[in-house]
Design a protein around this ligand. Sequence first.
Ligand code: ZN
Ligand code: ZN
Length: 374
Amino acid sequence: MPRDYYEVLELGREATDDEIKKSFRRLARELHPDINRHDPAAEEKFKEVAEAYEVLSDHERRAIYDRYGHQGLRSGGFEPDFGSFNISDIFEAFFGGGDLGSMFGGGARGPQPGRDVAVQVSVTLKEVLTGTQRDLELEVTGVCSHCNGNGAEPGTPIETCTRCEGTGQLQSVARTVFGQVVRTQACDRCGGDGRVPQTPCKQCRGRGREVQQRTVTVELPPGIDSGQRVRVTGRGHAGDPGAPVGDLYVLVDVEPDPRFERHGEDLITRLDIPFTDAALGGTLSVPTLEGDEDVEIAAGTQPGTIVRLRDRGLPSLRGRRRGDLHVVANVLIPSNLSDEQRDLLRRFAESANGDTYHAAPDGLFDRIRQAFRG
Ligand SMILES: [Zn+2]
Ligand SMILES: [Zn+2]
């Protein structure tokens, strides 16, 4: 069962003709196939919108629909048929072929620009620190090196296309629910060029394009993060002659590092501290991106204490100062004691009194409570 037409156009039942038209135009713009090239559902959604508009913009059909719904339209012989409908026909019918380009910025006609290429690259946190570069091996469509893109074997003539008489376009008239629609398509013989080589280039068989292996060196700046993209203009696929070349997008993925958790420019690491070191204080080795570093641990360090190492985090993409490394104390309690150790600890426990333990005011428990309070 199709959706309610008013719902499709996001209108109430009392909508005026003007509101119906406005709503349709707005939705049609949003769902235009050139804008939604990567959303295969957009075309279906557009057809739904066009069908709703077709019915609600016609007083007779709207009245039938209001009284009897979808079923009424069907039994009245008004069933819309968009199944075989080409979406650009609808647009041309509504907005006029000439409007298409200006309205959506880049129309369906004219030389098509080259497509973009996307490549994913993994980097380590250490590479995020220093910045890095990658040589990417790409297969892209390029201009044929043998014919320089004109499709003719060098030294052979190029003739005006007889099918489109050099215009590069073919027109056909189609009958649609909106009446007659004149459709313009690129000529299938010359591919829209208007000219045909007499002897097609041997290397590209007249297409003017060929797949090329290419190595592109990409700079990944310090501070880059997962999900960010580096754009290299003009390194994508070649388009039609005269049209711009596509771009290369490098999608960055930072590999997880078991030692560090990243929070923007700051890093967090866990430092295991034997309870004796936590109690007595001492020097411990802490991993940083630039190697291990000795860090003083104060006597009486509590579980969850954070020691901040300034400027040991990651650089900012905008070149401000580096972030910090936060070292979280993970105090280790022994779980495997020898008889002698158990004895020592018992003696220690007997000597302990109320002054021995001083829970820090911002101890682990308080911190967890803070975190939950959010
Ligand atoms: Zn060629
Ligand atoms: Zn032609």
